[in-house]
Write a protein that binds this ligand. Structure first.
Ligand code: ATP
Ligand code: MG
Length: 330
């Protein structure tokens, strides 16, 4: 099976509905077709200063949610980035292949610093660590959203350049274009995507929150004044977002929902969407909490994953060290 790889940073106490429907659902599906490597990007999360205890806790919390979503540790390799030291080692080698100007063109760094994030060098070299994450596992395809497209591009450039300079060593990854339909918008500001970094959390559905609280947020979602339940993200962003959420979670096509809600009010749409959410999120949350109640078992799963990841990663790093001419220890 071809390899794929993806990760998320442990930067919140709960994933949100957008993370789940936009990313985790795909990860679970990709397991069928790919030899998948899924990791918790704890090293990346250090680019923003965070309380150490919080990072540790969130690393487990994130892992538990991957598992609750259906990432199967028997089929896929689930691990913590910092448990596999090859990530930082390859990152150094790749740094020495990256032009300063090339790294300076990364828009995510420019955007974040423009927004006033204190810039450290780690944030600047973040795409190089990400390139190492991908290239270590000979990933043929990588699922990427719009925000990560440029980082995959530099990963490809680095692999191609490395291979030209040192001979065929690294697999050049292709983007895996994920089928659309699962982009979730903020419930209070439906023209913006649901994001953990939104100014207010009123429009954010956290999967580990009390489901009653999330139901309430859905019932308070911003809609419009037309009073017709119709899917049109351009002019009816709020209503369309609720239809998307309902549709994905209940498995009902949007057209069927439009027919179902014909002549009904937004209150009905909200009430039903809230019910669908509660029904779906309750077992997810129970499963994640169950895993978190046994951190030793969770750590064991992560240790086994790290061991498997290291086997692949150390072989790739060995090839790279040989290629660039580092003398290997006897
Ligand atoms: P930040 O605001 O810090 O970027 P985020 O809420 O966007 O946080 P990330 O950690 O950047 O979350 O994203 C993790 C994964 O979830 C990525 O694959 C991203 O594409 C996906 N994702 C995030 N928000 C949404 C959303 N609203 N709809 C669909 N997918 C999303
Ligand atoms: Mg994001």
């Amino acid at each position: 099976r071809p390899r794929t790889l993806s990760g998320m940073q442990p930067t919140s106490d709960s994933l949100h509905l957008g993370n789940h429907l936009g990313a985790l659902v795909n990860w679970v599906a990709l397991q069928e077709q790919f030899d998948a490597f899924y990791f918790i990007a704890d090293l990346h999360s250090l680019t923003v200063a965070t309380d150490p205890e919080l990072i540790r806790r969130r690393t487990r919390v994130t892992a538990a949610q991957y598992l609750a979503a259906g990432v199967d540790p028997e089929r896929s390799t689930l691990f913590v980035q910092s448990h596999v030291s090859e990530h930082t080692e390859l990152s150094w080698i790749l740094s020495c292949q990256t032009g300063f100007g090339e790294a300076s063109r990364m828009t995510q760094f420019k955007d974040k610093t423009a927004k006033g994030h204190a810039a450290n060098v780690g944030l600047f070299t973040y795409p190089i660590l990400m390139a190492a994450d991908i290239l270590l596992y000979d990933a043929a395809k990588v699922p990427v959203g719009e925000d990560q497209r440029q980082h995959l591009e530099i990963t490809r450039d680095l692999a191609i350049r490395f291979n030209q300079r040192y001979g065929d060593t690294l697999v050049v990854p292709e983007p895996h274009i994920v089928k659309e339909g699962a982009k979730i918008q903020d419930l209070q500001d439906p023209t913006a995507k649901m994001s953990k970094s939104a100014a207010s959390d009123k429009g954010l559905i956290n999967l580990l929150d009390d489901p009653a609280k999330s139901a309430k947020k859905i019932r308070s979602a911003v809609t419009d004044t037309e009073a017709v339940v119709r899917y049109d993200p351009e002019t009816k962003a709020g209503v369309s977002n609720l239809l998307t959420i309902h549709s994905v979670l209940s498995g009902t096509p949007v057209a069927e929902l439009e027919a179902h809600f014909e002549g009904k009010m937004y209150g009905d749409l909200k009430k039903e969407t809230a019910e669908v959410l509660v029904e779906w999120v309750t077992p997810f949350r129970d499963r994640a909490n169950e895993l978190l109640e046994d951190p030793a078992e969770l750590d064991r799963i992560l240790a086994a994953g790290a061991e498997r990841a290291r086997e692949v990663a150390s072989a790739t790093l060995g090839r790279v060290y040989d290629a660039v001419g580092l003398l290997r220890p006897a």
